[in-house]
Design a protein around this ligand. Structure first.
Ligand SMILES: Nc1ncnc2c1ncn2[C@@H]1O[C@H](COP(=O)(O)OP(=O)(O)OP(=O)(O)O)[C@@H](O)[C@H]1O
Ligand SMILES: [Mg+2]
Length: 279
């Protein structure tokens, strides 16, 4: 069976069930319009996806296709067009859902400059956790992104990549059920990026969070994902939707040597270059 034939089913019947069936996101005939009045444009149309809880989904597609827009719709920051059906855990999405955490594409300025790295990571925990517990969680998260030794530095003392890692630590410290990540490793050097990929995969396995992760890096997507979705077209729809055949345990060397890794990588590249057929 070829990789393309292992395409993920998007659900069969036209009717959606609202009972708890283990599906995190369900969208049917999703359409999204951006802009206003004469400048209004349809960015996404006829997009159907079902994402089971705990799945690690990577979203790919050429620049400007609508990846960030889709993530913002999932996060309740952008409304779907009338006629779309969009649910999170069986409920229509009408605003940012509880327990969802974003890591945005453009991190610049997202850290508070008057707070240290650790205090920035503690930001979302201050109302819910006592001081000792939130300090412990912040330190664990900084350790996970390789910045435990920079906990007392201020953002201005850190490089762009380090600031991005603090932002990722802040998201991890919240122990989210749903993590919406928009090119979170884009600003990182290759070595740090490779370490964080494996760390994020490990955190996902341990936490069981549902992760929607946008990337331009095909190798990163194939290494990380349980499921890969390529957006394509104008307006955008699902061009390819594949469940990864790779084993759950992954590393930078042996996983990338597996025939299934290379086959999947090949399929994704073909689709991104416009040679693939739509799933
Ligand atoms: N507020 C807006 N009003 C009108 N059009 C918009 C708005 N924001 C984004 N767009 C358009 O929507 C389309 C999709 O943008 P989006 O940011 O989702 O793309 P993307 O796939 O994330 O691209 P990239 O890989 O470059 O980040 C683009 O053509 C963009 O110009
Ligand atoms: Mg984007």
């Amino acid at each position: 069976m070829s990789v393309a034939e292992r395409a993920a089913g998007g659900g069969s019947g036209p009717e959606m069930q609202s009972s708890d069936d283990g599906i995190a996101f369900r969208c049917r005939s999703l359409a999204v319009d951006l802009g206003i009045a004469d400048y209004k444009r349809r960015i996404i149309e006829n997009l159907d996806i079902e994402v089971p809880r705990r799945q690690f989904v990577c979203i790919l597609g050429e620049s400007g296709v609508g990846k960030t827009t889709l993530l913002r719709v999932f996060g309740g920051l952008v409304p779907a067009a009338p006629g779309s059906r969009l649910e999170l855990n069986g409920q229509a999405i009408s605003g940012p859902p509880q327990g969802a955490v974003f890591v945005f594409q453009n991190y610049a300025g997202s850290l508070l400059p008057w707070r240290t790295a650790r205090k920035n990571v503690e930001l979302g925990l201050e109302e819910t956790l006592p001081k000792a517990e939130r300090q412990r969680r912040a330190m664990v998260a900084l350790e996970q992104v390789g910045l435990a030794d920079r906990a007392n530095d201020y953002p201005r003392q850190m490089s762009g990549g380090m600031q991005q890692r603090v932002q990722i630590a802040r998201a991890l410290a919240l122990e989210p059920r749903l993590l919406l990540m928009d090119e979170p490793f884009g600003a990182l050097d290759a070595m740090t990026r490779e370490n964080l990929q494996i760390e994020l995969r490990r955190i996902h396995q341990a936490s069981g969070a549902t992760i929607m992760f946008i990337t331009h890096d095909v190798d990163e997507a194939v290494l990380l994902a349980d499921r890969l979705i390529v957006l394509r077209g104008k307006p955008a729809a699902v061009g390819l939707d594949i469940v990864s055949p790779l084993p759950k345990e992954r590393d930078q060397i042996t996983t990338k040597e597996l025939p299934a890794f290379l086959e999947l990588r090949h399929t994704i590249y073909e689709m991104l270059r416009g040679h693939g057929t739509r799933a």
